[in-house]
Design a protein around this ligand. Sequence first.
Ligand code: KIV
Length: 256
Amino acid sequence: MSKFKKIISKKNKTKIVSLTAYSKNIASILDSYCDIILVGDSLGSVLYNYKSTREVSLDTMIEHSKSVRMGIKKALMVVDMPHNTYKNSKEALKNAKKIMLKSRCDAVKLEGGEKIYKIIKTLINNKIPVMGHLGLLPQSDKTFKFKGKKKFERDRILKDALLLEKAGVFSIVLECVETSLAKLVTKKIKVPTIGIGASKYCDGQILVFDDLIGLNPIKYKFVKKYANIRNEISKAVSNYSKEVRKIKFPNSKNTY
Ligand code: KIV
């Protein structure tokens, strides 16, 4: 069974586990537990302090993806196509091929529905597997509010999900989507939905890894911190600095 069929076959059977990774060491830990590892363009804000993911370049995504690739043995690896790299079908195909070739990832992710239907179809027709992304779209939305309160939003998201399914995506990320809408979309489409701030009714979940371990000091409602790594790092660095100042490190065990 192909990696993609395996992911799709989990729908209605077992939840799909997914996280972001931006580098090899982290990816190699996540690989044992995740079905999908995403090199998300969230790295723009998490690592580079950019105001938005719109500033992330194709080369930056490729460099991080090359590092992540080295850490993955079994999970499906997806790479975000950054803003402005899929303005039309021709550019999207050229850039997606570059990402696939240089990073050896399994699939790419694009944000949007009807507006990019033809672009997604072109990629899939050219054997580039695509993950969709609906709901809150950080590359194009002006405000970061959850989606699905208003009827027009609900209708559009459901219509877009059905369109993406028709285009042939193997799954769809639903970001910050109201619970009953996420449940409805998940019921109406045959490919899995992967939620982030989109309720337990999605077929799987994704979080930004730095948020999950409490490395990112910013708090979001949809994040649960499973560790407080900032504290752990603080303790370790504090001990190191004390030992250096007291000339306790390095000792004879650490010297040649
Ligand atoms: O860029 C990213 O990390 C993402 C996830 C939040 C789904 O798109």
